[in-house]
Ligand binder design. Structure first.
Ligand code: TRP
Ligand code: SF4
Length: 374
């Protein structure tokens, strides 16, 4: 799929991350670096999904706020620019509490139980009791995040694709039930699949916080150097004189992601002929990483906590204004009572629907509640 060729210049994009604390190179390459590129071509909303963290960390939420601030720092350090995109915290935008309730009314329970991550996460986090309504409803929360901005595209990795697919199904179901002036309210979003290169951690497995094998975005050069030193290599290269193969070496995989073609040529040639040692080879990876990390560290150092707070407040205000536009359409399509001043003037407090039921009520004996309208 080549969405840029299909999209109008300012299609809307939304994406977010859970506040997991310090981000690593996998987060950067798999998401942030891509978001940074998108902010010029799309109307972008990037948020920190702190309410999502509550679905698993409800019993001890103490880390959610500090982690949220940390992730905000790192969004900005990575190069998200509040002048070109909207950056916000999910829990700061009250519409994120509203739409999930309404979409929950029409989302079949079976759809949620069938989401692959549901069983998986319950098994992976067996030490936590995840038999909660909120955890089951997590995909509704995510669908709401996306649909609140009537987003056209959602840049995510493969692991989130099923959730966007469910979002499309929820939107379709909503549009089938409700229309506004004959028109559909919630567009079905498309995945903008993030090209995510295979990024190994220091132990050779996929880089992941839960494996403890990460290189962090904020790691200073000496720490990166130290982590590389202990990184596993092609097991065939036991002695310096043994030839190896970069295609069988996690360090080689890092080179493929970060190193220039000239370096790559030296790595392939030197490794296969045993002309270079792993220590030298690793030092070239460090050089490439430092080049990427340097501007990130510089931007991070230039940020103060109060500036970050200010950016988040401004972003949450902008996001809230956009989300409210959608909510107004959603409420109207679902025929919920709307405060409309002209009617309020004539009939007391509320508009259409309430007015109707108030009149009906006064014409009926008390206790004969009108259940048909529910
Ligand atoms: N579920 C995503 C994750 O775990 C985070 C997320 C929440 C998200 N809401 C979203 C991503 C909306 C894209 C769009 O990483
Ligand atoms: Fe890996 Fe480089 Fe050593 Fe080859 S020389 S085994 S690519 S670290």
């Amino acid at each position: 799929m080549t969405p840029t060729s299909l999209a109008t210049p300012r299609s809307r994009i939304l994406s977010g991350m859970r506040p997991t604390g310090k981000l690593h190179l996998g987060n950067y390459m798999g998401a942030l670096a891509n978001w940074v590129k998108l902010q010029d071509d799309y109307e972008c909303y990037f948020f920190i999904a702190d309410l999502h963290a509550l679905t698993t960390d409800y019993a001890d939420p103490s880390q959610i706020a500090p982690n949220t601030l940390e992730v905000a720092f790192e969004y900005l350090a990575a190069g998200l620019d509040p002048a070109r995109c909207t950056i916000f915290v999910q829990s700061h935008v009250s519409q994120h509490y509203q739409l999930p309730l309404l979409l929950g009314m029409i989302t079949p329970k079976g759809w949620l139980e069938r989401v692959p991550s549901y069983k998986e996460m319950q098994e992976n986090l067996a030490h936590k009791d995840l038999t909660m309504f909120g955890f089951l409803g997590y995909p509704v929360l995510m669908a709401s995040d996306i649909l609140l901005y009537q987003a056209h595209y959602v840049p995510v990795g493969q692991d989130q694709q099923a959730h966007v697919e469910l979002t499309r199904e929820v939107a379709r179901r909503f549009n089938n039930f409700y229309k506004l002036d004959g028109k559909e309210v919630l567009p079905e979003p498309d995945v903008l699949l993030t090209p995510s290169p295979k990024l190994p951690g220091t132990d050779g497995r996929k880089m992941s916080k839960s494996y403890g094998n990460t290189i962090l975005m904020i790691d200073p050069e000496p720490v990166v150097r130290q982590k590389l030193k202990t990184m596993v290599t092609d097991p065939a290269r036991i002695r310096r004189t043994d030839p190896g193969d970069p295609d069988k070496c996690p360090v080689g995989d890092l080179h493929k992601v970060f190193s220039a073609p000239e370096t790559m040529a030296k790595v392939y040639g030197g490794c296969r002929s045993a002309g270079i040692g792993c220590i030298e080879c690793k030092s070239w990876v460090v050089n490439a990483l430092v080049q990427i990390l340097e501007p990130i560290h510089a931007r991070r150092a230039s940020l103060t906590e109060s500036r970050v707070m200010e950016i988040l407040q401004d972003g949450s205000r902008r996001a809230g204004a956009r989300a409210e536009q959608t909510m107004e359409q959603v409420r109207a399509a679902m025929q919920l009572p709307i405060l409309t001043p002209p009617l309020a003037g004539a009939y007391g407090v509320l508009g259409n629907t309430i007015r109707r039921s108030t009149i009906a009520e006064s014409a009926r004996p008390p206790g004969s509640d009108d259940l048909e309208s529910r």
